[in-house]
Design a protein. Structure first.
Length: 264
């Protein structure tokens, strides 16, 4: 069940280059949130801009919902100006999240794709479930953001055993995150599933690798979202069976085999 409410901003801090962490007091949403689900958020205090923006739930702390976001355009620029004590209209949790009960999943995050997967990792940790995690980013600078978020040094990479990969070689494996993932799938044992979130080219490559190694893949897909609740059809993702899947209803987390990656 999703909830619609004005939520108090309790924090909105820059944690890296153009990356912020927002905390909202939204107990009903926090209580219901599952990793991979998202919220729709009105970024301004007033009616402008009219359309809310979708953001993954990055975590929950008591009655607070955490969002990790990158400034991209008009809406996120405005959101970066939100001050503690102000209110924002938010509704959620929305959509389908990750299935976490599969045996020893492998998490693969690219860039801001870490937002929902850090929440997934936290829930797996809480359960004492074994998992592995790979994290790809452009360069070391972005890592500052993840350190600032955790406040515990390179927590995401070391504490949880995340294997890093960077395109410029400044941290972890020099190259794309799909390279250590391939090595891992080749080496075995076969994981119960790969859970992926990141840029589209990364998701396509991960889906292809999973098909090659016959591993189930849950991919979180992004699409422009006007309503977030299945009404506008703006978030259509081409389906492998023909037709379309709505990222806000049948996703954003979808079985990769259900998606027509050639048409996405
Ligand atoms: C389910 C879902 C979860 C998301 N989770 C996060 C998150 O945790 N953190 C985060 O930083 N961002 C997330 N996004 C992306 C975020 O919604 C967009 O970056 C945001 O709406 C941009 O708004 P804007 O007004 O600043 O930019 P606009 O002015 O609307 O656009 C600026 C640029 O961003 C691109 N853009 C706009 N919307 C999207 C989108 N949905 N996907 C990809 N590119 C887009 C545009 O093509 C354009 O190039 C998520 C998107 C979806 C669909
Ligand atoms: S965002 Fe409107 S149908 Fe998905």
């Amino acid at each position: 069940m999703s909830h619609n409410q004005y939520a108090k901003v309790t924090d909105n801090q820059p944690v890296g280059p153009e990356i912020y962490r927002l905390t909202l007091e939204a107990p009903a949403i926090a209580a219901a949130a599952r990793p991979g689900q998202f919220v729709m958020l009105r970024v301004g205090p007033g009616p402008e801009p009219l359309l809310a923006r979708p953001f993954s739930i990055h975590g929950v702390e008591g009655g607070q919902v955490l969002i990790l976001y990158q400034v991209k355009g008009k809406g996120t620029k405005l959101l970066a100006q939100a001050r503690r004590g102000e209110e924002r209209l938010v509704w959620g949790p929305l959509g389908r999240g990750f299935e976490l009960s599969l045996e020893r999943p492998v998490l693969v995050a690219g860039g801001m794709g870490l937002a929902p997967l850090a929440f997934a990792a936290e829930r797996l940790e809480e359960r004492g479930a074994a998992f592995e995690a790979f994290y790809g980013l452009a360069s070391r600078e972005a890592l500052v953001a993840w350190d600032a978020v955790s406040g515990e040094g390179a927590f995401y990479l070391d504490g949880w055993g995340w294997s890093g990969a960077s395109e410029d070689g400044s941290v972890g494996h020099h190259g794309l995150v799909t390279e250590p993932l391939r090595a891992r799938l080749q080496a075995g044992p076969r994981p119960g599933a790969v859970l992926a979130c990141g840029p589209l080219p990364m998701l396509k490559a991960v889906a292809k690798l999973c098909a090659e190694f016959e591993v189930a893949c849950q991919a979180s897909l992004e699409a422009p979202m006007a309503c977030g609740v299945g009404a506008c059809l703006g978030c259509a993702i081409p389906a492998a069976s023909g037709g379309y899947l709505r990222a806000c209803q049948e996703g954003p987390v979808m079985e990769a085999s259900l998606v027509d990656w050639g048409r996405v």
